[in-house]
Design a protein around this ligand. Structure first.
Ligand code: NI
Length: 159
């Protein structure tokens, strides 16, 4: 198990466009394992490679704690419907914001054998996929929060 250092808002690596993966090397497999370790250790439901300082188009997601999914070079093929809800990010510690996103998505990606697959998702999983795929293009959820709708977690506890 290797937990990597999570980069936080303000660090340049989070704002770049990540590169496509062309080949699964032992280093990439190790990175993916470490991304899961890092995500679970931080109690997150998703993590993108730039969040651990690696500019590659790799995302890991597990919204239930029992359904780990790896997406390599993911692309959103279809996005429809709308959901508005609370969102956080391991790279923006202590904050929560309200974000509107598509409620349903179809995503195409490659697995760890570089086989293409599609995943269809709704609600929380759809939100997580959109959030993580945004990271690959340097987009953070705070960019999508309306003015006045980014909160400190401490303040939300009082409500
Ligand atoms: Ni995030």
């Amino acid at each position: 198990m290797a937990v990597r250092n999570i980069r936080t808002l303000g660090e340049e690596v989070l704002r770049g466009v990540a590169k496509e993966v062309t080949e699964i090397t032992p280093r990439i497999r190790e990175l993916i394992e470490d991304m899961f370790d890092t995500m679970y250790e931080a109690n997150g439901v998703g993590l993108a490679a730039p969040q651990v300082g690696i500019r590659k188009r790799i995302v890991v997601v597990d919204v239930t704690g029992e359904d780990p999914v790896v997406l390599i070079n993911p692309v959103i093929l279809q996005a429809d419907g709308e959901q508005t809800g609370y969102e956080g990010c391991l790279s923006v510690p202590g904050k929560t914001g309200i974000v509107t996103r598509a409620n349903h998505v179809i995503v195409e990606a490659y697995d760890t054998d570089m086989k293409k697959f599609r995943i269809e998702a709704e609600e929380l999983m759809a939100r997580a996929l959109q959030h993580e795929i945004d990271h690959l293009d340097g987009v953070m959820y705070v960019d999508k929060v309306k003015e006045g709708e980014l909160y400190n977690n401490e303040d939300l506890k009082d409500e």
